[in-house]
Write a protein that binds this ligand. Structure first.
Ligand code: SME
Length: 162
């Protein structure tokens, strides 16, 4: 018998966080903690937000995260799986990071990764990045949970313009 879907319970927890967070940093911090707590294979969970300033190269800047410190605190859009997800506006799932030439290593233990772009008002504003110590950790169900989390962050930004 297949394992029961975790998505409804996880999505409900994420919705609760969204409706009780008072700021974007609070929402993002609580989400990464919750995903790391509930999803045992999500070993590093963090946000990168897109920084665009006139006259400077667009950059992904590390936001709230749980897990080991990463050397990649600022990632140009033409680098890494992170840069590829934001440039294409599409979720990227990598089952074996060591066989993907785009991969920027964060921890030697990382085996697989998912990166989901965040859209607000139809524009990409950042992304949710999750690493796992397990190969091929991200199933279609994980993809749907992570895309739901990213959508909630996008909605929060739309409802609370800076
Ligand atoms: N692996 C990412 C870099 C970020 S760290 O995993 C936290 C990439 O290839 O873009």
């Amino acid at each position: 018998m297949p394992a029961p879907s975790k998505a409804p319970a996880v999505n409900a927890e994420l919705e609760k966080i969204m409706s009780t967070s008072k700021s974007l940093p609070e929402l993002m911090s609580r989400m990464v903690e919750k995903l790391n707590e509930l999803m045992l294979k999500y070993n590093w969970v963090g946000f990168y937000m897109l920084e665009e300033a006139p006259g400077t190269e667009p950059m992904l800047v590390l936001g709230p995260f749980v897990g080991a410190m990463t050397p990649h605190t600022r990632i140009p859009l033409n680098q890494g799986i992170c840069g590829a997800a934001v440039s294409t506006g599409k979720t990227i799932v990598v089952d074996d990071v060591n066989s993907d030439p785009r991969y920027l290593a964060c921890s030697l233990e990382t085996k697989s990764e998912i990166v989901v772009p965040i859209f607000a008002n139809s524009k990409v504003v950042g992304e949710l990045d999750i690493d796992s110590h397990f190969p091929a950790a991200f199933t279609p169900e994980d993809k749907s949970i992570c895309e739901y989390a990213a959508r909630l962050v996008g909605l929060f930004i739309e409802r609370h313009p800076a």
